[in-house]
Ligand binder design. Sequence first.
Ligand code: SF4
Length: 747
Amino acid sequence: MKIDEAREVRTTCPYCGVGCGVLAKVAADGEITVRGDPDHPANFGRLCSKGSALAETIDLDGRLLYPEIHGRRTGWDEALDLVASTFSRTIAEHGSDAVAFYVSGQLLTEDYYVANKLMKGFIGSANIDTNSRLCMASSVAGHRRAFGSDTVPGSYEDLELADLIVLVGSNLAWCHPVLYQRIAAAREKRPEMKVVLIDPRRTMTSDLADMHLAIAPDGDVALFTGLLAYLGKNDALDRAYIAAHTTGFEGATTASALDLAGIAAATGLGEDELVRFYSLFAATAKTVTVYSQGVNQSSSGTDKVNAIINCHLATGRIGKPGTGPFSVTGQPNAMGGREVGGLANMLAAHMEIENPEHRGRVQRFWSAPAIAEKPGLKAVEMFQAVADGRIRALWIMATNPVDSMPDADAVEAAIKACPFVVVSDVLAMTDTVRHAHVRLPAAAWGEKDGSVTNSERRISRQRAFLPVPGEARADWWIIAEVAKRMGIAEAFSYASPAAIFAEHAALSAFENDGARDFDIGAYAGVDAETYEELAPFQWPAPASPSPSRGGSARALSEAKQAGRGGVRGASPPPPRLSRLAAQSSLADPPLKGEGIRFFANGGYYTPDRKARFIAIHPTAHNRTSPDYPLILNTGRVRDHWHTMTRTGKSQRLSQHMAEPFVEIHPADAQHFGIGDADIVRVSTVHGEVLVRALVTARQRSGSIFVPMHWTDQFSARARVDALVAPITDAISGQPASKNIAARVERF
Ligand code: SF4
């Protein structure tokens, strides 16, 4: 594309799920500057340390610039022909489930859409899964169980409007810093706003908290089932809402069988702490519960999500300003991947692979010859299938599973043994790229064009402002070229990401009477010019493409007898709905001129249009043993991202935490003979790392914390995912990257 050097380009940050708007500019002398976009509704000009340092991470050092076969530079034709012929031959000889794509929340929605279409519509397998499985699959499963759809009900502005914010398993200050800044700024204006932090560690986020509950790992289900019981016993339920809009309440409360002493034992919290939290929640109508990886990355992650949602349904605190359960996602496009079916158990446009009607609809829309009939393998299962030979051709896109998957050593061994591995990536030599038979150079952030969706359902453009170097190409182009060489030309003859987005939008509206949650149908067939100018908007989309931001600030809002839903955009509700809203708790007007999304067809997206309470029984998760007496939790630090392939390039970012470490409580350190700054061997049954001891009372006794970022490229023997067991949530398939039995010893 032609780059206009005189103009700042509006794009979005490629790191976390906050999805901040960025203005990027290249000066005549080549200097790149990046600043926050004051007009982007996610950040209003703010950026965190990672976003501010983006310009320092853009260079061509280590870039993969040309296609390679077995390490030999080649041309695109030879590389693409080899990929297409090997995938075609493998499918012919071993069946469509013998191939797989492992993709990434770093892909743009258009890339994701094309990969998913090829695998699920034309290869005929659903063996496409994403590293987002490691991040938010439990939230997806919890949303679907409760709402009948994967819908985040609220908006970031709800965090500013709430009187109580409950942060569960979230170090928001480091992992979603701009959201933390927005809450901190709101509290400056309204000091009466309360914040409760529920986390085994006292993190930087606790600076904002009025109350920190240092919960035992995986104590969340007991905590929130206990809260549901407390709400019932203390007359704090919204019985009208429960009766009108939900089912299963009785079963859910019956499951909350623990008394206060039992909850205290299961959570490691004092009974007085529990009562203080429960009474604050019960008394505060405008409550948002924000949750992240401490909830999702658990073998009971889906139950945790539903235990939280149960409490919001029971109090009617959902779909109204300043309320709601709120999952904040890890990656910039984790949500976009969900929208196009990037998960092995989903179809595009939030349709379900198990639903024959949905399969038929997608098949008809694509004129697909081989629509996948059953869910594919989820991430952990996928690499196990690579290991045992069921998968014989694997294409990894924009991710580094040798460092980031649980049981990483076993994953590396599986990839090494796989007969055919393709990696498309920006870098020439990650720990995964080194094992690829075919390496395909992909365009990087700043060079590629497309869209992403952030944690509040807001779709924004990522735009190029740099020329594409060497022979790198957009991921969607690479996938489409392989499809054409597999003999599927017409369905993959896209000229641009705009054409893909237009098709994706058309699918969301195809044979859709407004009854599905994911709706961007107004953009069906959108032209290249409108796509180029696309302003950030939230789905369900405005009725027509808008030059200004718009869409629905909140989904799943109550509007009694709304009939066919879908009041959208800046339009006010019809008079009948306005009257009803004024009589009900919906008296709050739409905010900032944006529309409120009323229930589609008068309810949630379940068959009876009612939200489902889920009966959840707290279960014990003690995995420790005499040999492995501690609990290891993993997570992020402030200034690094994933396996540091980008942030590791910035000296400024690398100064914050110069090396990998283990946080350990002083009592545990003393018990194991470890002093501050000692080198410590942390081991589990799966592997070991060597890290520096950070002795601190911020850490709960009995638990330790090791960050996830460092790989052997940055520090010898530091791949923490080599320690993580491949234990997954039975419903979501998300790995438990926390609560791992471990031991420590001075090295
Ligand atoms: Fe980027 Fe997230 Fe920081 Fe925003 S908060 S600048 S999206 S890393």
